[in-house]
Ligand binder design. Structure first.
Ligand SMILES: [Zn+2]
Length: 575
């Protein structure tokens, strides 16, 4: 490694400022002090059979193709002890660019020059997000790709591609995630999310069902239960003894509590489980001395418990913007991330942690850019904390998104224009940059817009014609007539909903690429345009403990690269 075996290169002002003849002896001196550095060993080559798409895309092919790309990018040189994966759900590159300005402007700067915490990481790549059956993906199929190294169908949770409704067909197609793999390697594991713990992103790291909606038995089809599929929440408890998740923080009490049991925070609500099981009680039995917290005070009081389950909401946790109004109090994403790292980093053998900023996606779906940017800024604080609490010498941090959204960042706003404001600047290159730019109807417009969603400005079943206010659950729309006049509308208000071109009850995902930002051992393998499932392969190849566990199960080639599809049953999981 350059940092440890080779002296730090001297920083010269500029080659032109120092005569070359003066530089030469210095360079010779530097080089003679240590033996010449050997070139890194050539990256192992993994042969991938040529196939016809999509017919030839078997789970084995996806796995091997991902392994090949990760190895070619040098992931096998990584020596990570710990891995932290940050997943910004629905965090499109446009969301990142707008959130960067939003965050910078909150700090009193123009904003454009600002960077979110992960934008300072040294290595980046693009991620192609499509599902095996969909050009524009969902969060389940995408997280299955990220967590298991195999692309799958829209809605798939930890199983390879098949039909979403088909429980019987999904049996035997369970995939191994890096979280299960870490647990079976004896590493500590944890999940932090602002969404329900049973929601698609976290679920894909521990559960196996063909349909993401099967979060508890009460919401599963009868037939799927008869065919032996088990709900997502119950699978959270099914880690082999002694290998369970040590820290679980998020929302979603609904799927852990039995019907008839009132929610502690919202007494008008009750659990969704029809099998009578109380999974909170079962988790406490499996984790002697462990603590359960459903509010901020209990979370703080549980600091010394050896294991921690926090379920801070009946459904998803609150948006960061709405958190101060929560009856029981909720920790924010940074606080939860700090607590998870504090607990997991006690393990000398290393840890694997998933942290999801789960509600960036929801705010985008709801057509409310303010909350989407605010949630992204919140995740930036969590990533900054993780970078401060760990060392780039031993901890691989990967920040990515599962898929894009339709948020647009458009027009020619002048430098420093508030990102949520109307465009003050030019409609063409030679206009007055100090006035609101006007469209061809003579009306101002905002920098941020959505291509579709509930921000459509026609009259809806819930709100009159004109700009909409969050939260807007429309059942139907009437056609809009022209555009609303936003001259007197405060579009920077947190509840303002950006105009949407196409009326949809929920704004849709986008099919464009998302970013990968990485730091630490193996992170240099994140470069170029990567299929999303390559992320798994970089993680397992760059973490010796994960890689060796896969090799011990006979899934590696002669170069020690894990290339064969692992069976979860060989890793202590109970499919
Ligand atoms: Zn979504």
């Amino acid at each position: 490694m350059p940092g440890s075996s080779h002296p730090k290169p001297r920083r010269f002002r500029s080659p032109a400022a120092v005569p070359a003849a003066a530089l030469l002896p210095l360079l010779l001196l530097a080089c003679s002090a240590t033996p010449p550095r050997a070139d890194p060993p050539p990256a192992p080559v993994v042969e991938v059979p040529a196939i016809r798409h999509p017919d030839g895309e078997t789970p084995q092919w996806w796995y091997r193709s991902g392994a090949a790309r990760a190895a070619a990018n040098g992931a096998m040189q990584g020596r990570a002890k710990n891995v932290i994966v940050f997943l910004g759900d629905g965090m499109s590159l446009t969301t990142v660019a707008a959130a960067r300005i939003f965050d910078g402007q909150r700090a009193g700067t123009p904003g454009e020059e600002h960077l979110l915490s992960w934008e300072r990481f040294p290595h980046t790549a693009f991620s192609k997000t499509y599902n095996t059956d969909s050009q524009t993906p969902d969060s389940a199929g995408t997280m299955t790709a990220i967590a298991t190294g195999v692309k799958s169908h829209m809605g798939a949770i930890g199983v390879s591609a098949g039909a979403r409704w088909d429980c019987a067909g999904s049996r035997g197609r369970e995939l191994l995630s890096w979280l299960r793999l870490a647990a079976s390697s004896g590493m500590s594991t944890g999940i932090v999310t602002t969404a329900r713990l049973t929601h698609a992103t976290p679920a894909a790291t521990y559960a196996h069902v063909p349909d993401r909606n099967w979060e508890s038995d009460g919401v599963m089809p009868e037939k799927a239960r008869e065919q032996g599929c088990r709900d997502i929440a119950s699978q959270l408890l099914e880690f082999a003894p002694g290998t369970g998740l040590k820290v679980l923080l998020g929302g979603g009490r609904r799927h852990f509590l039995p019907a008839g049991e009132r929610d502690p925070e919202h007494p008008d609500k009750e659990g969704a489980r029809l099998d009578g099981r109380n999974l909170v009680q079962e988790w406490l039995q499996r984790n002697p001395g462990g603590a359960f917290a459903w509010n901020a005070a209990q979370f703080e009081a549980a600091a010394d418990a050896p294991a921690l389950l926090g379920l801070f909401e009946f459904e998803h946790m609150r948006y960061e913007h709405d958190r101060p109004r929560d009856p029981g109090g909720e920790p924010d994403l940074e606080t939860m991330t700090r607590e998870a790292i504090r607990r997991l980093s006690r393990d000398p053998g290393g840890f694997v942690l998933l942290v999801e900023g789960g509600r960036i996606d929801h705010a985008n779906h709801e057509g409310n850019a303010y909350r989407a940017l605010d949630e992204t800024a919140s995740m930036s604080r969590a990533v900054r904390a993780a970078a401060e609490l760990t060392s780039p010498d031993d901890t691989l941090i990967v920040v990515t998104a599962d898929h894009s959204h339709t948020l647009g960042f458009v027009g020619y706003p002048r430098r420093g224009n508030p990102i949520l404001d109307k465009v003050r600047g030019r409609t063409s290159e030679d206009d007055d940059p100090d006035r609101y730019a006007l469209d061809m109807l003579g009306l101002p417009y905002t920098t941020l817009v959505y291509a579709n969603g509930p921000g459509y400005t026609g009259a809806s079943s819930r709100q009159p014609a004109g700009p909409k206010r969050h939260f807007h659950a429309a059942d139907s729309f009437e056609p809009a007539v022209g555009r609303p006049d936003l001259t007197a509308v405060d579009t920077t208000d947190p509840d303002y909903m950006q105009e949407a071109l196409v009326p949809l009850s929920s704004e849709s995902h986008g099919g464009d690429d998302v970013g990968i930002w990485a730091r630490g051992p193996g992170s240099q393998a994140f470069r170029g345009t990567l299929e999303q499932h390559v992320i798994y392969h970089v993680i397992v190849q760059a973490t010796p403990r994960l890689r060796e566990r896969l090799c011990a199960a006979g899934t590696c080639n002669a170069d020690g690269v894990p290339v064969e599809l692992p069976a979860p049953a060989d890793f202590g999981a109970a499919p």
